[in-house]
Design a protein around this ligand. Structure first.
Ligand SMILES: [Zn+2]
Ligand SMILES: [Zn+2]
Length: 389
């Protein structure tokens, strides 16, 4: 399938020549549902995993919803729940100092419960979860990745449940030589009970597209440039941050489309790490579709109009109407309150979002997971950042 990002209405590097040196190329992956083979690049599997190599398991203690059955175990859980309720009541009353004092006791109880669970459930599935395939990139498709010498496949797997410190999935990266893999392993089924559904991708093929990007708003080199961009935006229908700089969605390399503030990871040897991969819950937000929704996707999408307005009591609201419908502020009331007619602002939005065709992920609250790699260290250490709206 072909996906083409719309051409930019404005070349920001012509208007602001100092941006020319910050241009980077990202590879938008444009996931679409379809099953690749293990000898092809894909998102969500299948992987060229050697049959004689153990499937990776995450061995961090995962949340386990099963109750304990022994009398001692039930007593521990009763005390834990009682303490939990007491801490909540104190927090509501604003007594955070006492909550803090109880926290150590709470943690000790949690540790005892976990130990009891290990004893009661000898086959404890929460102790180890099979990791799930997220991405596989062959060098021939993504030559811009920092493949270590002698490798031509990059594989990303993650554990599909929340992990500290970001409360998101926990990824790992493998680099291997495809020629050395003869027999291919079958991925184990994910643990449906303990996995977070939103972290289990639907297998997709990819259609890599290279797009030139400029630094996101907070990655710009100076406040002075941000101020000049703001002044320039006043006469434009385009916004630098939303439309003209960084591509949203699942992509390799280039700038990062931060949901929150930028982070700049370094490896243990103080090398600046590079953006390796973004895995996104959404390929294109409804506010930026004009710039980033591929023209082929636009042709398949139904559009509607979003109408925002102020009410006479000072509150604001919005509604969605069909493309051909007309919004009449005089005839619209909400809880008996009238609309201020001159406050009405309409914009076109995609009615069907394109997500059902893609990976189908929901990471936290429409979050993105960012992976970084050190291209200098031979073992290619990675760093992970997870951000939500
Ligand atoms: Zn895990
Ligand atoms: Zn390094």
């Amino acid at each position: 399938m072909k996906f083409t990002t719309p051409g930019k209405p404005v070349d920001v590097a012509t208007v602001f020549p100092e941006l020319a040196g910050s241009a980077r190329t990202t590879v938008r992956l444009h996931p679409w549902r379809g099953v690749a083979t293990a000898r092809e690049s894909s998102l969500g599997g299948p992987l060229l995993w050697p049959a004689d190599e153990a499937w990776p398991m995450c061995t961090i203690d995962h949340p386990d919803p099963r109750p304990l059955t022994s009398a001692e175990g039930q007593e521990l859980e009763r005390r834990r729940n009682e303490l939990h309720d007491a801490m909540n009541a104190l927090a509501r009353a604003g007594d955070h100092a006492t909550v803090g004092a109880f926290y150590r006791e709470y943690e000790a109880l949690e540790a005892d419960i976990r130990k009891a669970r290990r004893e009661e459930y000898a086959d404890d599935p929460a102790a180890t979860l099979p990791m799930v395939p997220i991405a596989q990139f062959y060098r021939r498709d993504l030559p811009e990745l920092p493949f270590p010498d002698g490798t031509d496949v990059c594989q990303v797997l993650w554990c599909p449940t929340d992990h500290e410190p970001h409360y998101g999935p926990l990824p790992q990266v493998w680099w291997r030589d495809a020629a050395k893999v003869t027999e291919v392993a079958t991925a184990p089924d994910p643990d449906r009970l303990l996995s977070d559904d939103g972290s289990l991708p639907v297998p997709c093929r990819i259609s890599p597209e290279r797009v030139v990007e400029f630094p996101g708003w907070e990655d710009l080199p100076s406040d002075d440039l941000r101020e000049r961009l703001e002044t320039w935006e006043k006469g434009q229908e385009w916004r630098y941050g939303r439309h003209l700089s960084v591509a949203p969605g699942t992509k390799v390399g280039g700038w990062v489309s931060w949901i929150q503030s930028p982070v700049r990871p370094e490896c243990d040897r103080d090398h600046r790490m590079d953006h390796l991969l973004t895995v996104a819950s959404s390929e294109c937000g409804s506010d930026a579709w004009q710039a980033w929704m591929p023209v082929e996707t636009q042709a398949r999408t139904t559009f509607a109009r979003r109408v925002r307005f102020a009410m006479v009591d000072g509150s604001t609201s919005h509604t969605t109407i069909g493309e051909d419908e007309k919004f009449d502020p005089a005839a619209w009331t909400m809880f008996g309150k009238a609309v201020v007619p001159e406050s009405v602002v309409e914009s076109t939005i995609p009615l069907d979002d394109d997500e059902p065709e893609g990976l189908g992920l929901m990471l936290g609250d429409i979050g993105d997971l960012y992976l970084f790699v050190c291209a200098t260290c031979a073992e290619r250490p990675i760093a992970v950042e997870f951000q939500c709206t």
